[in-house]
Design a protein around this ligand. Structure first.
Ligand SMILES: *[C@@H]1O[C@H](CO)[C@@H](O)[C@H](O)[C@H]1NC(C)=O
Ligand SMILES: *[C@@H]1O[C@H](CO)[C@@H](O)[C@H](O)[C@H]1NC(C)=O
Ligand SMILES: *[C@@H]1O[C@H](CO)[C@@H](O)[C@H](O)[C@H]1NC(C)=O
Ligand SMILES: *[C@@H]1O[C@H](CO)[C@@H](O)[C@H](O)[C@H]1NC(C)=O
Ligand SMILES: *[C@@H]1O[C@H](CO)[C@@H](O)[C@H](O)[C@H]1NC(C)=O
Ligand SMILES: *[C@@H]1O[C@H](CO)[C@@H](O)[C@H](O)[C@H]1NC(C)=O
Ligand SMILES: *[C@@H]1O[C@H](CO)[C@@H](O)[C@H](O)[C@H]1NC(C)=O
Length: 544
């Protein structure tokens, strides 16, 4: 006979697992905010003050356990999804481009990268995320593997690769020479002469089948809720539908381009793309006070009508591991705060690259992959931690208050000053400017939201969640808001904020308690769901 306690545990675990393994769709991801991290650089298991010289391009010791131990830090800022760097076994030799600490150099698809921990550690991470109602996003590389030369003549060491160890399973070797030639982009190899990356033959039906089985398996065993697909534009588009169907979870692809027209077709075959066209326009728009805000508006409005399901299932970002950190472009904190606010103000899923909240300034790869542990994961006295926490909370409040928030496209309210941008996603109104922190009274801007825009009722009071100051309409019913020190404003009606919530309680006038709009809501949800598990288990134990 099985001891009763064991039985309870087994039932509890199976209830839990069947619940948390439920695959998350694009709709479930749209309301999320993603924290992107490089596992090797985010947190070590031992929390040691280990040095990490990014220029060395070697492993610095971050692990999955380290991430698990610092979920309070991530969740405390309001993020409810974590994108971790690739998990599979990588080439274990020093290459001309350094070591494989970033995870993008697959050697063996069917093993994990033991530098980051064990299968159990990975499962513990996904279970811990799920118990917090957070999602896990895996980063997967399909397009290529990594191998060194087998001979002095430069023959690739295909035999070192798993499960594909024959040259016939890869495209014939040719380095991509013309990124405007799609055949070249899909059929030739990434990398360079000293370290070319073998390009998988993703036209071969047997290989397609193996990859589809692989993604299904790795999503299930890791408990992932979504996948980020590396170098998606380097594989023919019609490879993707079956692959993402096999994954069974939300998919977002890396398609590097500054053209919406180039990215758009990938939204037909993937749930979303990382919105690179907006990224390039964003960094230019706020990179200096002469940036072009209209060009950014143009990119977003074009994307709204070109991407298959609009912009909302795409990923909006200001930094990532492949691009210079924004503070390497400008250190003006007003510009930084405006650019960060954009990623929360538009339609897409906001993605924050770890370390941005701590003010990291690393320029291009490898300096943009700093270790986070020297910061001590401090949150107090960190203005950008406060900033991103407020941005997350404002967006969540707006999502809760308006069930059209995630489906209705953002609108722009035209401004006479080219340095002013007003983005409306009711009940949220985000006012941005690139005048910078040195702006004087003569160069400062104001935004006008005319009563004719019919956005708010005439007597409404709006709270700027970044300062908790309020703004009221003038006698014409127009809102005229003055910028201070080039700072952005993120406004929401005072009635939409709970008086006892975490967001500007002193100026909020909304009804009390967990009536949405503040982050205590999610704790309630966790509490309720643990009650219902307990109730279920009690019920089952009666039946047994
Ligand atoms: C990499 O190789 C070294 C030496 O050959 C070995 O000690 C180490 O365990 C390997 N690491 C992984 C992650 O395979
Ligand atoms: C690999 O072989 C090519 C061709 O012979 C050579 O140019 C390159 O330097 C080699 N790379 C390494 C890391 O030895
Ligand atoms: C390639 O893999 C197959 C199947 O796993 C194995 O039988 C074969 O020996 C491998 N070939 C080489 C050259 O390693
Ligand atoms: C595009 O690239 C392919 C593969 O490298 C090549 O065969 C073809 O000639 C190129 N087309 C043009 C127009 O350059
Ligand atoms: C800004 O971008 C818009 C839209 O792309 C363009 O029409 C305009 O000429 C640009 N303005 C400047 C000053 O470059
Ligand atoms: C909800 O969003 C829709 C679409 O943007 C808008 O038309 C509507 O006025 C909003 N409602 C509220 C209460 O903000
Ligand atoms: C603002 O002024 C300071 C002091 O003159 C200068 O160092 C800084 O570069 C200026 N910032 C911008 C964004 O122009």
């Amino acid at each position: 006979m099985i001891p009763v306690k064991l039985l309870y545990t087994a039932v509890y675990l199976s209830v839990l697992t069947s619940h948390i393994a439920s695959a998350a769709s694009a709709d479930e991801w749209k309301s999320r905010a993603i924290y992107q991290l490089v596992t090797d650089r985010f947190a070590r298991s031992d929390n040691a003050a280990a040095p990490c010289d990014t220029s060395q391009r070697v492993y610095c010791g971050g692990t999955w356990k380290g991430i698990t131990n610092h979920l309070d830090y991530i969740q405390g800022m309001g993020f409810d999804a974590v994108w971790i760097s690739p998990i599979v076994k990588n080439i274990n030799k020093t290459t001309p481009d350094g070591d494989s600490y970033h995870g993008y150099w697959t050697q063996d698809l069917n093993s994990l990268n033991s530098n980051f921990g064990s299968q159990d550690d990975l499962k513990e991470l996904s279970d811990s995320l799920h118990s917090r109602k957070m999602f896990l996003m895996l980063d997967v590389v399909v397009n290529h593997f990594a191998a060194l030369n087998a001979t002095d003549q430069g023959d690739t060491d295909f035999a070192s690769l798993l499960p594909f160890n024959s040259s016939s399973q890869f495209h014939p070797k040719c380095l991509i020479s013309d990124f405007n030639n799609q055949t070249d982009v899909e059929q030739c190899w990434l990398g360079d002469v000293s370290f070319p990356l073998p390009d998988l033959n993703t036209e071969d039906p047997a290989i397609v089948q193996t990859m589809n089985d692989w993604i299904k398996n790795i999503v299930q065993t890791s408990g992932a809720d979504g996948i980020r697909i590396d170098t998606a534009k380097h594989i023919r588009k019609d490879f993707w539908p079956d692959f993402v169907k096999s994954a069974g979870v939300y998919s977002i692809g890396e398609v590097i381009t500054d053209q919406v027209s180039y990215a758009a077709p990938y939204t037909q075959v993937l749930d979303g793309v990382l919105d690179y066209p907006a990224y390039f326009a964003l960094t230019k728009a706020f990179g200096s006070s002469s940036g072009n805000l209209s060009a950014l508006v143009d990119v977003l409005t074009t994307a709204q009508s070109s991407y298959k399901n609009g912009v909302s299932p795409t990923g909006s970002f200001l930094e990532n591991h492949d691009q210079p950190r924004f503070q390497a472009i400008t250190s003006d904190q007003a510009l930084v705060r405006n650019a960060m606010a954009w990623t929360f103000a538009q339609d897409g899923i906001p993605i924050l690259y770890y370390g941005q909240e701590q003010g990291f300034q690393g320029a291009q790869d490898p300096t943009n992959r700093e270790a986070l542990w020297p910061t001590g994961y401090a949150t107090s006295g960190k203005p950008l931690v406060d900033h991103v926490t407020a941005l997350n909370a404002a967006r969540k409040a707006a999502i809760t208050k308006n069930n059209s928030f995630l489906s209705a496209p953002a609108k722009f309210i035209s401004q006479s000053n080219p340095s002013a941008l007003a983005i409306s996603k009711p009940p949220l109104l985000t006012l941005l400017t690139n005048v910078g922190s040195n702006s004087t009274s003569s160069t400062s801007v104001s935004w006008t939201v005319p009563s004719s825009s019919n956005l708010y009722q005439s007597n409404v009071v709006l709270v700027d969640i970044l300062t908790c100051n309020t703004v009221s309409a003038n006698s014409n019913g127009d809102f005229v808001v003055q910028a201070e020190g080039g700072s952005p404003r993120v406004l929401i009606p005072a009635t939409d904020l709970a008086k006892d919530g975490s967001l500007c309680p002193n100026t909020a006038t909304g009804s009390n308690s967990n009536s949405n709009g503040d982050r205590s809501g999610h704790q309630t949800a966790t509490w309720i769901s643990s009650i219902s598990y307990a109730a279920l288990i009690t019920a089952i134990s009666f039946i047994l």
